[in-house]
Design a protein around this ligand. Structure first.
Ligand code: UD1
Ligand code: CA
Length: 453
């Protein structure tokens, strides 16, 4: 069977007033990714031949996000917010290119899964003119109600236009719609605005399709999957739903989560097999974890890659560009940023390694710091293989420490250290016999002369 060509139109022109935010609503994040980003990813996964995003006039940030995540997407501006059908027609140019299926998604409904979109589209291949995504919310107030006869959809009635009897219907419109591409332009152009809100309602497409002698179908999804986000509280609910999914997927993929409800993932986190994640770990965007890694409690990771057998934490902070080679050990209160650590490197206690390259097998002692920032610029620290950096050393970048070099405890390293050299970067200790006792006596004499009140 020939593949049906799909155009996905993402409606994202809404103001999102109830978020009380300077950010456009669809730019708010769940699982480390903007809501519109989730919808774009889902649209791609659904096999869209074209993705069109409809944004509001001042939504440059949304346009930039679309370009970043889906450079091939076309972006249309809806100048006036005159309703959902009007918003779809903002993408007229894309509709005119001619597609078999049109799928309309909302930018503020981030959790819909690709398989649900597939189920929603399926009736089109069997002759339906459109299909809508239905759900049964705990409280239907505010949603369009689906009026059905048997399995067929007859109409969608918006809350404001619904009769008392229609308002008792629990099956509601989630907003997503699949529309036959051959009918789309005709149906949408024919929609008027003679209703309680004076808006061009996309939902009127149902009656129009039926009038053309084509059936309209409903696919019912779980409320948690299709609920839209209008408030910060709903944003938190969406976050909870997606975290459940991501935890479940991590465990299904062969990772042990000791206390799953305390681990937070980003949508793009990847975990290998036999990874163990202890309680209270946060994965920001861009983390890739290979097989057999242990991440101990209270660690925070972002933009980091962990090769096989790495162990990190407790209380490790891995920041963007941290690349940990096989078997690397990162201990407590250690921060790694933009640094390549070769296999077997150990940084076990209270250290900061940033803008650095560290060679295989090197051991960095407790409290050691790469001083990468001079107040103006960032500089690199290069440490060779099998080097030993003594406790509480400061490496003032730019600086290079050779293979097999040994840096004495408490050193301030400002000059390069050759391979296999011993570097002591501190003043020699001086002992002054009896001086402590003499100072103590003097202090006591002063106290006697002027006793404290
Ligand atoms: C819409 C549906 C309603 C459904 C509900 C689900 C219509 C007429 N009603 O109602 O049946 O139960 O969603 O949440 O479609 N948008 C634009 N431009 C516009 C208007 C809307 O881009 O001019 C976008 C919004 O950004 C949003 C989506 O379309 O992503 C829905 O708009 P909204 O105003 O929230 O529709 P509802 O009245 O909630
Ligand atoms: Ca809404």
């Amino acid at each position: 069977m020939r593949m049906r060509r799909l155009l996905v139109i993402i409606l994202a022109a809404g103001e999102g007033t109830r978020m009380k935010s300077a950010l456009p609503k669809v730019m708010h994040k769940v699982a480390g990714r903007s809501m519109v980003g989730h919808v774009l990813e889902t649209a791609k996964a659904a096999g869209a031949a074209e993705i069109a995003v409809v944004i509001g006039p001042d939504h440059d940030q949304v346009a930039a996000e679309a370009r970043r995540l889906a450079p091939e997407a076309s972006v249309f501006v809806q100048r006036e917010r005159l309703g959902t059908a009007h918003a779809v027609l903002a993408a007229r140019e894309a509709l005119e290119r001619g597609y078999d299926d049109i799928l309309i998604m909302y930018g503020d409904t981030p959790l819909v899964r690709p398989q649900t979109l597939e189920a929603l589209r399926a009736p089109l291949a069997e002759g339906a003119g459109l299909a809508v995504l239905g759900f049964r919310p705990a409280d239907p107030t505010g949603y369009g109600r689906l009026i059905t006869q048997g399995d067929d959809l007859v109409a969608i009635r918006e809350e404001k236009d619904a009769s008392a009897a229609e308002k008792t219907i629990g099956l509601c419109n989630a907003g997503l719609m699949a529309l036959d591409g051959a009918l789309a332009l005709g149906v949408l152009s024919g929609i008027g605005n003679a209703n309680a809100k004076g808006e061009y309602y996309l939902t009127d497409a149902v009656e129009s399709v039926i009038a053309r002698g084509r059936p309209a179908a409903v696919w019912v999804a779980e409320a948690g999957e299709v609920a839209g986000v209008n408030t910060r509280a709903q944003l938190a609910e969406a976050e909870a739903v997606i975290q459940q999914r991501l935890r479940r997927a991590a465990m299904d993929g062969g990772a042990t989560l000791v206390a799953p409800e305390t681990v937070f993932f980003s949508a793009d986190t990847t975990l290998g097999r036999d990874v163990v994640v202890e309680p209270n770990v946060v994965f920001g965007p861009g983390v890739a974890v290979a097989d057999g890694v242990v991440i101990r409690a209270f660690s925070h990771l972002e933009g980091a890659t962990l090769a096989t057998g790495v162990s990190a934490g407790p209380f490790a902070r891995l920041r963007p560009g941290a690349a940990l080679g096989q078997g690397v050990h990162i201990g407590n209160f250690v921060e790694i940023k933009n640094a390549d650590l070769a296999p077997g490197v150990k940084v076990n206690h209270l250290s900061y390694v940033g803008d650095s390259t560290v060679g295989e097998g090197t051991n960095i002692g407790a409290g050691s710091i790469t001083c990468n920032y001079d107040g103006f610029n960032k500089h690199r620290t290069v440490i060779g293989a099998n080097a030993f950096i003594g406790t509480n050393s400061l490496m003032v970048a730019p600086v290079t420490i050779g293979d097999g070099a040994y840096v004495g405890t408490g050193s301030v390293i400002t000059d390069d250290v050759p391979a296999d050299a011993l570097a002591i970067g501190r003043a020699r200790q001086v002992n002054k016999p009896g001086l402590a006792a003499r100072l103590r006596e003097r202090l006591q004499a002063i106290r006697k002369a002027a006793p404290e009140s």
